[in-house]
Design a protein around this ligand. Structure first.
Ligand SMILES: Nc1ncnc2c1ncn2[C@@H]1O[C@H](COP(=O)(O)OP(=O)(O)O)[C@@H](O)[C@H]1O
Ligand SMILES: [Mg+2]
Length: 154
């Protein structure tokens, strides 16, 4: 697990931007943390690396936002906050997206049974004293991401 501190919205975006060039088709990131923690800010940092930041918004109502990053790379940004049941993910054919591109899933812990076997878990927590401070923890789930994270944050 890699634990980092962010002291501003921009620092959180920069962390996303730093991770972005390492992402490939088939990679999944699961983002957890309270409302307003900074999950969407992290995603917009990733999108900014690909020149798509202006479009970033939480797909709270649409569930999935899709971005064509390059000719053969698509990013799927999910927000499953509104799901009451895990099976709603099946109903939207969620699992079919894993192989098709990069999947970023806000509130992914709500669909625990349908997450891929390997993914990077990113937990963001607010600080009780400083409203701009966040603790961001990156945990590799599965062997595939062990070296990935140490490569990104070396
Ligand atoms: N260090 C920080 N990292 C991320 N966001 C921060 C930070 N400090 C303040 N913020 C603010 O907190 C809010 C996070 O919003 P958002 O990313 O939409 O949260 P979430 O998607 O987790 O609900 C934004 O208004 C952002 O400007
Ligand atoms: Mg959000």
């Amino acid at each position: 697990m890699i634990k980092l501190i962010s002291n501003s919205t921009d620092e959180t975006k920069m962390l996303g931007r730093k991770l972005a060039p390492h992402l490939q088709k088939g990679n999944t990131l699961v983002l957890s943390g309270d409302l307003g923690a900074g999950k969407t800010m992290f995603v917009s940092g990733i999108l900014s690396y690909f020149g798509k930041e202006e479009e970033a918004s939480s797909p709270t109502f649409t569930i999935i936002n899709e971005y064509e990053l390059t000719n053969d790379l698509t990013l799927f940004h999910f927000d499953v906050y509104r799901f009451d049941f895990e099976d709603e993910f099946l109903a939207i054919g969620g699992e079919e997206f894993y192989d098709k591109g990069i999947c970023l899933i806000e509130w992914g812990e709500k669909i625990q049974s349908y997450l891929p076997h390997e993914y990077i878990k990113i937990s963001i927590s607010k600080d009780t004293e400083d409203e701009n401070k966040r603790v961001i923890e990156f945990t590799p789930i599965g062997n595939k991401y062990e070296s990935f994270l140490s490569e990104v944050f070396k």
